[in-house]
Design a protein around this ligand. Structure first.
Ligand code: SF4
Length: 216
């Protein structure tokens, strides 16, 4: 069943197969929710507190949508400032589908952002960032800590040396994508936002502090 919703002054075509929010509108952007799987198990993540509601959208997926379902859910991408591959889950865990959808949307005139944990190279054990070059305009990478011990505490990665793997990902990605931003959540215990900002400066990318549970 296909239903057209009106939110925030924008029309969003949502495919309610299994009543899933595959795409949702916030801030004039369209956010794509293509997986609930993650490489991290962040202690602050709402889904680990059984909270799947983000700004009125229930983001728990009964099944992962295929590329056509995602494209149908987005509809005409030119209605939005940006199309953002987001969550609740890590979009690069569905890299093949992400590349297909991003390429299609780009051909239709979309501006594409990837919100990621920055661990794709570690997951796939190779540099995947050249694949993003022609279909992703900007990348937002969650760092969420200024040293490895704190990163392990807040993000609980299943990958060894993940804090450094994220920074390695950024170094490779900046060869292909001009617009990269590191984010950290302001207010997470012990996180020094200015120290996170310095890491971003050292890596030659932008920095933005976020508010917990705010999609951006
Ligand atoms: S990366 Fe995002 S969705 Fe995944 S566990 Fe962390 S906060 Fe939750």
């Amino acid at each position: 069943m296909r239903v057209t919703n009106k939110m925030n002054g924008l029309q969003l075509s949502e495919t309610f197969t299994n009543m899933q929010n595959i795409a949702y509108v916030l801030h004039g952007n369209c956010y794509i929710n293509m997986t609930n799987r993650c490489t991290l198990r962040c202690a602050f993540c709402p889904k680990f507190n059984k909270q799947w509601d983000v700004k009125g959208y229930l983001l728990r997926l009964k099944s992962e949508p295929d590329t056509q379902e995602i494209l149908t859910a987005v509809g005409d991408p030119t209605r939005y400032k940006e199309i953002v591959f987001c969550g609740l889950g890590e979009p690069t865990l569905r890299l093949k589908e992400l590349l297909i959808v991003a390429t299609q949307l780009k051909l239709q005139g979309a501006t594409i952002r990837l919100n990621t944990d920055g661990l794709a190279n570690a997951v796939y054990k190779k540099d995947i960032t050249p694949l993003l070059k022609n279909c992703v305009d900007s990348i937002s990478v969650s760092l969420n800590a200024h040293h490895t011990k704190l990163y392990e505490k807040h993000c609980r990665p299943l990958i060894d040396n993940a804090f450094y793997a994220v920074q390695d990902f950024i170094r490779t990605a900046r060869e292909h994508i001009d617009d990269i931003t590191i984010t950290a959540i302001d207010g997470l215990p012990e996180v020094d936002i200015s120290a996170c900002e310095k890491i971003a400066a050292t890596l030659g990318v932008k920095f933005r502090s976020r508010i917990l549970d705010e999609v951006g």
